[in-house]
Design a binder for this molecule. Structure first.
Ligand code: HAM
Length: 418
């Protein structure tokens, strides 16, 4: 029996990879303009980092983590998201002491044991952006602007920014208590998941998608009506600056997000072209997380983009040309000359292939065609005897003799790179 990829994982095939390169290149280029530098953290960490960082009661930690015992029986987990690992690295290397504008980003695979469906995988990829040490609402607006600029750079036009404030440690506990009280009164009419969350994590009830529950949940007390004055002012200023930047958004008081570390600003960008898994990116502020994980009292804010979802929205574009010139050494001894030329052409920046199996002329012409070769360079008995190459323009079906390898390299270079 053949072995297949694990359910919920997928291969990114060579025909698809161009779009991935484009979004990754856009990230490197754009984020540098905003002062962000790349940071690479391991794909596995100690389990405790995620339990403490993301919250033991979240779905991610309680149900979705790939956790395993190492041989020394310590518990390790494949990262379900990037923020916790980045915070750990910031603390471990004291990055805040050496970088006065600590802004980092990371790109890589994440792992969550969710039920696979279109746009939802067990191994997926994120571009993750984090800024540390800024409490001002100006950075909230800048991070949101950066998220949208990234989507723009990738050519994603159909999208909606959804915004909320979830309060902070001063005002949220009283709100959650009020919410829980209200929920207990209606709990029996809600779905099973909600009934459990009323006791374990009442805020998550606001995230429920079960149609029958919606009217009752909409009528619950709203966090934005219970913000303390500091959170209220912060949120008002974030909104004012977004208006200033002409960034439209929809307020949604039910946007609580699936990770416990958020305070104040939370946001998501959705696209109705994505189907059920409509969230392209999500993020927010997480002041307090760095301290909770043993570091200094450092504010933090960021977002992560799901790359599978982003790539599915990106215009496909022309595939990169595969082969500028296909070499056809046909005569005895021609291969040796072709190998030398192949190297020269590649050193000149050209894309070169030949058929190392030495199949028939007809078969090689077919290959050249299929590979989209712009030129074929033929070295048969006649060419060997005359000391020339025949160069064939594949699209025009014209061919002519070229006297020297220098001339051949120059000609193809000129035609290809212009
Ligand atoms: P998140 O909302 O859990 O946030 O994930 C961010 C994005 O990752 C989602 O909007 C989605 O595009 C993608 N994503 C999540 N799960 C899957 C999956 N199973 N399959 C495919 N794509 C998925 C975070 O991870 C936070 N760490 C974001 C953040 C950074 N907040 C502050 N800084």
């Amino acid at each position: 029996m053949t072995i297949q990829a694990v359910r919920g994982t997928r291969d990114i095939l060579p025909d698809e990879v161009g779009a991935w390169h484009r979004v990754e290149a856009a990230a490197h280029e754009l984020f540098a303009r905003y002062g962000y530098r790349e940071l690479r953290t391991p794909v596995f960490e100690q389990t405790e980092l995620f339990a403490r960082g993301i919250g033991a009661e979240t779905d991610i930690v309680s149900k979705e983590m790939y956790t395993f015992a190492d041989r020394d029986s310590s518990s390790l987990t494949l990262r379900p998201e990037a923020t916790a690992g980045i915070v750990r690295a910031v603390i471990e290397h004291n990055l805040m002491n050496t970088d006065p504008a600590l802004r980092v980003y990371a790109i890589g695979p994440m792992f969550r044991r969710e039920r696979p469906q279109k746009g939802r995988y067990r191994q997926f990829h994120q571009v993750d952006v984090e800024a540390f040490g800024f409490t001002s609402p100006t950075i909230d607006a800048e991070v949101v602007e950066l998220a949208l600029a990234f989507l723009d750079a990738c050519g994603v036009k159909q999208r909606e920014l959804v915004l909320n404030s979830v309060g902070d440690r001063a005002c949220r506990p009283a709100y959650v208590e009020r919410l829980q009280k209200a929920l207990r009164e209606i709990a029996t009419s809600l779905c099973e998941d909600c009934q459990r969350r009323v006791e374990t994590n009442p805020l998550r009830v606001l995230d429920c998608k079960v149609p029958a529950d919606q009217a009752a949940i909409d009528a619950l007390p709203r966090i934005t009506d219970h913000l303390c004055s500091a959170c209220g002012e912060h949120f008002a200023e974030v909104r004012r600056q977004l208006d200033l930047l002409a960034i439209p958004y929809r307020l949604n008081h039910r946007l609580v997000r699936g990770l416990d570390y958020y305070v104040r600003t939370t946001f998501e960008v959705t696209s109705n072209e994505l189907g059920a898994q409509s969230s392209i990116l999500g993020g927010g502020r997480y002041d307090g997380l760095v301290k909770d994980l043993g570091g200094p009292d450092l504010a933090g804010i960021g977002f992560a983009v799901g790359l599978e979802r982003l790539v599915s929205l990106v215009p496909q574009g022309e595939p990169a040309p595969r082969c500028d010139v296909f070499l056809m050494p046909l005569a005895a001894g021609a291969l040796d000359k072709a190998l030398g030329l192949q190297r020269r052409l590649r050193e000149a920046g050209l894309r070169v292939l030949l058929d190392p199996e030495g199949r028939s002329f007809k078969s090689r012409m077919k290959q050249a065609d299929k590979l989209g070769a712009r030129f074929a360079a033929i070295l048969g008995d006649d060419e060997m005897a005359r000391g020339v190459w025949t160069l064939r323009d594949m699209a025009q079906s014209t061919q002519w003799a070229v006297d020297t390898e220098d001339a051949l390299v120059e000609y193809i270079k000129e035609k290809t790179h212009g």
